[in-house]
Design a protein around this ligand. Structure first.
Ligand code: ADP
Length: 429
């Protein structure tokens, strides 16, 4: 099958424990298939002989444990074979996690601690391969029948939903190398900014809320408890970033800490956690295949991610344009504004900005091109602790008629009138 001219099709032979690293071209997709042997993309096995379509700009590696022949059709930005990879050390980590899962499953579910499977947190600087390692560990676990929970705390480049959120979802099947994480039932909290420094306290509150929800779900589900979690984090590891890592380790009760590509962070964490005998701090090598992304590329990736939410990965979804009256919606911002007007304070006192205060936002043209989250809250005071149903994008604000036009993933009424706004914007291109 295929209309591409035969001249662009080429075969690549991979020796055992080597990988083909590919950067798909910027504006043309790539087709690729496994011809002989076995191979996987970030932990998910390739089906034999079936052509897979990779969208522009995707970066990935086809790794083989025992040797394989790959066929590629189309131009790439870059592709090369690497025979030095950290995959053996990664799969060894997986084996240790499997041991912990089996022990958790075998133990009596009355014993809350020993029936808890591994809670893995992956930390390291930006572009150290954290998301990729998380993905491999999850996919390998599903292959052995587990349904681990993926927690993504990376508000900059999350892989569960749009940027500006922290989220969790059970992973039941190996993650599709093209489609990524399935978006069936994620538990999503909207932070609204792409850097934690905008509101560190809010970030902590939401992470804690997410941890609390998962803990509650685990209590009633021995299977997912035994399977454990894989938690991906942000690349911010200095100062407040480091403090937030410690916070995450603490609230999620992480017991396996995988440190990618940073000796210093590893030794700091090892030192801080030395009195916790049940916590393993493991140092892992970064893969040479990880592609670094500069600020501009990151920004672009965020924008593509939002586009993907509304339009699908390859324009396969059609979002709906809807119109609502101003009075049908209640928009809130969390934090930022001063708590009390200066006039209400004692002389000389500075108004303190309460980082988790709910501030009503009046609807005006400032909301144009803004991404809002639709809260599951039933009352305003539930907004901060509620997860969100989804997102809308404001395309027009008609002040005269008091009507707002927005793009949503589906037609019909919003599940709630409570909307949250942060600093997340998008320019549809
Ligand atoms: P981090 O989460 O630490 O920021 P990622 O795991 O997202 O880093 O990796 C950055 C980019 O590098 C991603 O686009 C990923 O697909 C790519 N990548 C990771 N490992 C490899 C590899 N071995 N070969 C090719 N590309 C890779």
């Amino acid at each position: 099958a295929g209309s591409a001219s035969a001249s662009t099709v080429r075969q690549v032979k991979l020796e055992r424990e080597s990988e083909l690293r590919v950067e798909v071209a910027n504006d043309t997709p790539l087709r690729l298939r496994l011809l002989t042997g076995t191979a996987e993309i970030f932990g998910t096995e390739l089906p034999p002989e079936i052509w897979l379509n990779f969208p522009p700009r995707l970066k990935f590696a086809v790794f083989t444990w025992y040797g394989a022949t790959i066929e590629m059709d189309g131009a790439t930005e870059l592709d090369y074979i690497a025979d030095e990879t950290p995959m053996v050390s990664y799969v060894n980590v997986h084996a240790i996690l499997e041991g912990r899962r089996s022990r958790a499953k075998a133990s009596s579910s009355n014993d809350y601690d020993s029936s808890q499977g591994p809670r893995v947190i992956v930390v390291g600087p930006t572009d150290s391969g954290k998301s990729t390692l998380s993905r491999m560990l999850l996919s390998w676990a599903t292959k052995q029948g587990w349904k681990p929970t993926f927690v993504d705390l990376d508000i900059g480049q999350g892989s569960i939903t749009i940027p500006g959120c922290i989220a969790a979802t059970p992973i039941e099947l190996p993650i599709d190398p093209v489609e990524g994480i399935p978006l069936d039932m994620p538990l999503v909290y909207f932070y609204g900014h792409t850097t934690p420094s905008n509101n560190v306290d809010l970030y902590k509150v939401l992470a804690k809320e997410l941890a609390r929800m998962l803990e509650r779900q685990f209590t009633g589900n021995a299977e997912s408890r035994a399977a454990g979690m894989v938690i991906n984090t942000m690349g911010w590891i200095e100062g407040v970033g480091y403090e937030l890592l410690l916070h995450a380790i603490d609230i999620f009760n992480a017991n396996v800490i995988l440190v990618l590509g940073q000796e210093k962070l590893w030794s700091m964490l090892k030192d801080v956690l030395k009195n916790k005998p049940n916590v393993d701090v493991v140092k892992l090598q970064k893969s040479g295949g990880v592609v670094s992304r500069n600020a501009k590329v990151r920004q672009k990736t965020r924008s593509y991610r939002i586009k993907e939410y509304f339009y699908g990965l390859v324009n396969d979804l059609s979002p709906h344009s809807n119109i609502a009256n101003f009075s049908d919606l209640a928009v809130y911002r969390i934090g930022g504004g001063p708590q009390a007007p200066r006039s209400a304070l004692p002389i000389g006192a500075e108004p303190a900005a309460d980082p988790t205060r709910l501030v009503p936002v009046s609807i005006n043209r400032d909301l144009l091109h803004v991404i809002l989250a639709v809260s599951f809250a039933k009352e305003p005071d539930e907004i901060i602790s509620s997860n969100v149903a989804g997102f809308i994008y404001i395309t027009d604000v008609d002040i005269q008629r008091k009507k707002i036009t927005y793009l949503g993933p589906s037609a019909g009424d919003l599940p709630s009138k409570y909307l949250i706004v942060g600093t997340l914007t998008w320019l549809e291109t």
